[in-house]
Design a binder for this molecule. Structure first.
Ligand code: SAH
Length: 432
């Protein structure tokens, strides 16, 4: 017999739990969050159940189960050995009360499905008891497909729906609008508005240091929805291959063009595509908000009233530390971690090297681009020992990753590594 799927309103309804061990305890939170009035019957109970009973959150009948416990009850959950579960099941059947016996299908009228919970959006999965493992797998897949952003989107859709019903309008037109709202691809992740179609969305996405497996689940999902992707030079082919063939790809870095596109032109494109209702992904290496000009893009998007969402990524310093098998911080060395870039915007003062040296902790230098010798000299002059351990990491997390371990004093003499490369100074290596 196929099962009949339903979602039940338990608010204010009495529910009986027979058995008060850890398995029973695990069932209580779900029942309470649906508003059920929970009574537990069992001679002994876990400390957690005792605490809930003392607080009056649930009632605890401190004795064996008796059939009359089922009088007036809507549902019963049995978390007890099979013989007691059988007695509960038989008594419940006479009274037409539905039973779930945990891990005991023979004594069940209903099963707990695997559930994807996104606030008021709940997706329940049943395999009719054939494969709970498959149900779990499907749950995980659905959780990736329908991210946490659905929670607020469902709420906004509900509000927009109420608004449409409050209006005097043609029912067919209302129906059409309701379907359009639910179909809007950018809806769940839009930060403004009721999820109405027409408003595009620009995602500022960090793509990590290169290994596609270091993309976040969110970045991957959003890439799959993109109409257009604007990426820079740091993105590896393996990541670009994940962009759906239906999306237009624009490389706005130096590698593919003679001239790098100006930041202003990139800003203009982001605003134009977003305003045209497209799902735009601005894909950058690492974390876009670290030496990535993200704030200039955000300013432009704000000025044009184009909604945007930031998706952080794994920054190169984290990728480099993993490649060098070191920790970026170490409480034995200090409490600071400095991210520096060796490139300066015209007019900005040079870093205060003395302050950096005095902080105590590691320094990650982005874009060292051939200035390694000069950087080492400045740091030694500022007070760091020339024996300070130092790593040059090129292509962190990529197949051609290279790690060179040296010291600050010897850094000027080492051979230049291919770009992108990053310097890690003052991290504790395995040798120390
Ligand atoms: N937003 C990026 C950094 C952009 S600046 C992030 O958060 O990682 C560009 C610099 O990042 C490069 O010059 C290099 O120093 C560093 N970088 C980026 N990817 C790298 C990688 N895979 N390995 C080593 N360094 C990398």
């Amino acid at each position: 017999m196929p099962l009949f799927p339903i979602f039940v309103k338990l608010d204010g309804r009495p529910v009986l739990l027979v058995g008060a061990g850890p398995v029973g305890e695990a069932k209580i939170a779900g029942l309470l969050s649906a508003g059920a009035l929970v009574t537990v019957v069992a001679p002994t109970a876990t400390p957690g159940i005792q605490t809930l009973a003392e607080a009056g959150t649930i009632a605890w009948q401190r004795r064996e189960f008796a059939p009359q416990d089922l009088d007036g009850v809507s549902l019963v959950v049995a978390a007890v050995p099979k013989d007691i579960a059988r007695a509960v099941y038989e008594a419940a059947r006479i009274r037409s009360v539905l039973v779930n016996s945990v891990d005991d299908p023979d004594n069940c009228d209903f099963y707990y499905p695997a559930v994807v919970n996104r606030g008021d959006l709940q997706i329940a999965i049943s395999t009719g008891g054939h494969s709970p493992a498959l149900a779990q797998r499907l749950r995980i897949e659905l959780e990736q497909q329908f991210g946490p952003e659905y929670e607020s989107w469902i709420r906004r859709l509900g509000e927009a729906r109420q608004g449409l019903f409050a209006r005097d309008m043609d029912p067919d037109e209302r129906k059409k609008k309701l379907h359009e709202m639910a179909a809007a691809a950018e809806g769940p992740t839009s930060t403004s508005g009721p999820g109405l179609p027409g408003a595009g969305m620009v995602y500022l996405v960090g793509g990590g240091p290169g290994d596609p497996e270091l993309l976040t689940v969110k970045a991957l999902r959003i890439l799959g929805q993109a109409d257009v992707v604007l990426h820079d030079d740091l993105l590896t082919d393996e990541i670009l291959e994940l962009i759906p063939p239906t999306a237009r790809i624009e490389c706005v870095g130096k590698r593919h063009g003679e001239r790098q596109m100006t930041q202003e032109e990139i800003n203009r494109r982001l605003c134009r595509y977003g305003a045209a209702g497209q799902t735009v992904v601005r894909l950058k290496g690492g974390d876009g908000a670290i030496f990535g000009r993200a704030s200039e893009e955000m300013d432009a998007l704000r000025a044009s009233d184009v909604p945007f969402t930031i998706v952080p990524g794994v920054t190169a310093a984290s990728g480099a530390a993993a490649a060098a098998r070191v920790s970026l911080t170490d409480r034995r060395l200090g409490s600071a971690l400095v991210f520096l870039t060796a490139q300066r915007c015209k007019g900005n003062p040079p870093p205060n090297w003395k302050a950096v040296a005095a902080l105590g902790g590691a320094t990650a230098i982005y874009m060292p681009g051939g200035h390694e010798g000069e950087l080492a000299r400045q740091l030694i002059e500022a007070g760091l020992a020339s024996s300070t351990p130092c790593f040059v990491v090129a292509g962190a997390s990529r197949p051609d990753e290279q790690v060179v371990e040296t010291t600050l004093g010897e850094l000027p003499g080492i051979q230049h590594l291919p770009r992108p490369a990053l310097l890690l100074i003052g991290v504790l290596s395995a040798k120390h």
